[in-house]
Design a protein around this ligand. Structure first.
Ligand SMILES: NC(=O)c1ccc[n+]([C@@H]2O[C@H](COP(=O)([O-])OP(=O)(O)OC[C@H]3O[C@@H](n4cnc5c(N)ncnc54)[C@H](OP(=O)(O)O)[C@@H]3O)[C@@H](O)[C@H]2O)c1
Length: 280
């Protein structure tokens, strides 16, 4: 008897793929939602059921949720994982790219959440997990729209959690530190103007990219760590609102919470700016 039905968005790679496989292995009936049908193989090989879903598409969203409900009689859980980034200093990132990030990371999450809520409300049970980011709590260079979208997700998740708590529906944010996935490779998505040496920000941007790659090289957090945290958010009694994944993320957030006034920002800004504007 499965633990319940769960829809995982952005399940074609990285954290979403690992999460879908982990939940399936741990007794959930998992529907891995992917927007590119050519990327279903790893999920199918692991026994995960695959549904087409681009989270920016209303009709596909309704159809994906309807498929889960038709096959299982209910949708017990949703993992909002699909996400994109665009890299570059703000002035170099066109508004269309900023909007695309929000369309997936914020409105996409809202769209899928809106589609599952009537079923969860009716059943008086459900768990919704949002894959946020440490970038939703602490700002970062060359990632303004991504961080803005993940900060927005924090506000959405926290507010929604309050609204649906009386319906026995929980909302949890799983916020990982840096994890080596396609988001740092094939899906890195550098804005055209940011990669142009004529950009006023080019030297700082290039240095910030090198810095990100250096940190990534030694990043200890893995997609499996994030998948386990999602698993806990789906089974803990009661589930927590926030799960921070990764020691580095934990230290940074503790520092931010513990330091008085704007001391954290002062130290953090000084440190980051020194590394980017005056590299050794
Ligand atoms: N890796 C990190 O360092 C890190 C840290 C903190 C948070 N996160 C968050 O973790 C989540 C997963 O990212 P990842 O690191 O696993 O990167 P990833 O390997 O690039 O995975 C992103 C997934 O989202 C899917 N996706 C993008 N736009 C979509 C859309 N409109 N509709 C449906 N699916 C869409 C991608 O599908 P395609 O295969 O079709 O492109 C892919 O499956 C994201 O929300 C990201 O912000 C990542």
């Amino acid at each position: 008897m499965p633990l319940g039905s769960v829809l995982v968005t952005g399940a074609s790679s990285g954290i979403g793929l690992q999460t879908a496989v982990h939940l399936h292995a741990n007794g959930w009936r998992v529907f891995g939602a992917i927007r590119n049908p050519g990327r279903a193989e790893a999920l199918a090989n692991a026994g995960v059921e695959v549904v087409p879903l681009d989270v920016t598409d209303d009709e596909q969203t309704r159809a994906a949720v309807a498929t889960v409900v038709r096959k299982c009689g209910a949708i017990d859980a949703l993992v909002n994982n699909a996400g994109i980034q665009v890299r570059g200093y703000f002035e170099d990132v066109p508004e269309a790219d900023v909007r695309a990030v929000f369309e997936t990371n914020v409105f996409g999450v809202m769209r899928v959440t809106r589609a599952v809520l009537p079923f969860m409300r009716e059943a008086r049970r459900g768990r919704i997990v949002m894959v946020g980011s440490i970038g939703g709590r602490i700002g970062s260079l060359a990632l303004t729209s991504y961080c803005a979208s993940k900060f927005a997700l924090e506000g959405f998740a926290e507010s929604l959690a309050l609204e649906v708590a009386p319906l026995q529906i929980s909302v949890s944010l799983v916020a990982p530190a840096m994890v080596r996935t396609d988001i740092w490779g094939a899906n890195r998505n550098v804005a055209k103007a940011a990669a142009d040496p004529k950009s006023a920000y080019y030297a700082w941007f290039s240095e910030s990219e090198r810095l990100a790659d250096r940190i990534l090289k030694t990043a200890p957090t893995t997609p499996a760590d994030v998948a386990q945290a999602v698993g806990r958010a789906l089974t803990d009694t009661p589930p927590r609102l926030r799960y921070i994944v990764g020691r580095r993320a934990g230290w940074l957030l503790r520092a931010r919470n513990l330091l008085p006034g704007e001391m954290f920002e002062k130290i953090y800004f000084r440190q980051v700016l020194r590394m980017v504007t005056k590299p050794r």
